[in-house]
Design a protein around this ligand. Structure first.
Ligand code: SF4
Length: 77
């Protein structure tokens, strides 16, 4: 089975900067409270999603491998 990613946005961290939406408008949406949500929380790996996660100023976007839970982003110290 192809590798898949699970995308989450931590609502306690998200400050609604919109960087992720600006960088990946097909992948993230801001709700009325200016909280970001992944359009497809479970999906195939995507460079666009990874770049959006990297652009988040508060590292609110996390990516894990769906099958194993292994962290893809943010990189562990
Ligand atoms: S870039 Fe980060 S803080 Fe800004 S809206 Fe997206 S998840 Fe929230």
């Amino acid at each position: 089975m192809a590798d898949r990613w699970h995308i989450e946005v931590d609502r306690d961290l998200c400050i609604g900067s919109g960087m992720c939406v600006g960088g990946a408008p097909e992948e993230f949406r801001l709700d009325a409270a200016r909280q970001s949500h992944p359009v497809s929380p479970d999906r195939e790996p995507s460079e666009e999603v990874l770049a959006a996660a990297e652009s988040c100023p508060v590292e609110a976007i996390s990516i894990t491998r769906a099958a194993t839970g292994e962290v893809v982003f943010p990189p562990e110290e």
